[in-house]
Design a protein around this ligand. Structure first.
Ligand code: AMP
Length: 189
């Protein structure tokens, strides 16, 4: 199985590039943000819990997120591979992902770090908020999410380097150019 962690700050293009990877390689896709937004829309207990964190730009507690991830992963049958989009976001989540995959005789094939400068992220997220109406894409919450990214999520770059899975992807340029860079890495695996 091809297990790809697509990594990067909010607004780095993880969702856009994931959709293309799904189409090209026939992979399953887990976006933890999408899972949580669906729970909120459906008014579930989980959705109610998640909303408070999301609206405040904070992360959902690890234990909850890890359970959700394992149950979505196990719902895929005869999968060619999975794209993890928006997970892991903390060291505890990366440890848990490694353990969960090992229990299933699997491992992460590669971590793709889509790097985009902060001023560009801000512009993209404000534009996305205007177009999609996503509640957390407003200036105040975006700033909190970027701070959370730097403090809690960016340390995963070193974690994956040490694990030998890290791959840098320049996240600015054309969507096609970025996708070609990603495919070049995957095709070498
Ligand atoms: P995203 O769509 O990936 O930008 O996620 C939107 C929001 O959902 C984040 O700001 C967090 O509040 C929450 N979220 C998504 N994925 C995770 C995760 N792996 N761990 C904790 N919170 C998450």
């Amino acid at each position: 199985m091809l297990n790809i962690v697509i990594f990067g700050a909010p607004g780095s293009g993880k969702g856009t590039q994931s959709a293309r990877l799904v189409e090209k390689y026939g992979l399953n896709h887990i976006s933890t943000g999408d899972v949580l937004r669906a729970e909120i829309k459906n008014g579930t207990e989980l959705g109610k819990t998640a909303k408070g964190y999301i609206d405040n730009g904070q992360l959902i507690p690890d234990a909850l997120m890890i359970d959700i991830l394992a149950s979505v992963f196990d719902s895929f049958k005869d999968s060619k591979g999975v794209i993890f989009d928006g997970f892991p976001r903390t060291i505890a989540q990366a440890d848990a992902l490694k353990a969960m995959l090992a229990e299933r005789n699997q491992e992460v094939s590669v971590m793709l770090d889509l790097e985009v400068p902060e001023d560009e992220l801000m512009v993209r997220l404000i534009k996305r908020g205007q177009e999609s109406g996503r509640a957390d894409d407003n200036e105040e919450t975006i700033k909190k999410r970027l701070a959370v990214y730097h403090n809690q999520t960016a340390p995963l770059i070193d974690w994956y380097k040490k694990d030998g899975k890290y791959s840098y992807i320049k996240g600015v340029g054309t969507m096609d150019g970025i996708f070609a860079d990603i495919c070049a890495v995957i095709d070498k695996l």
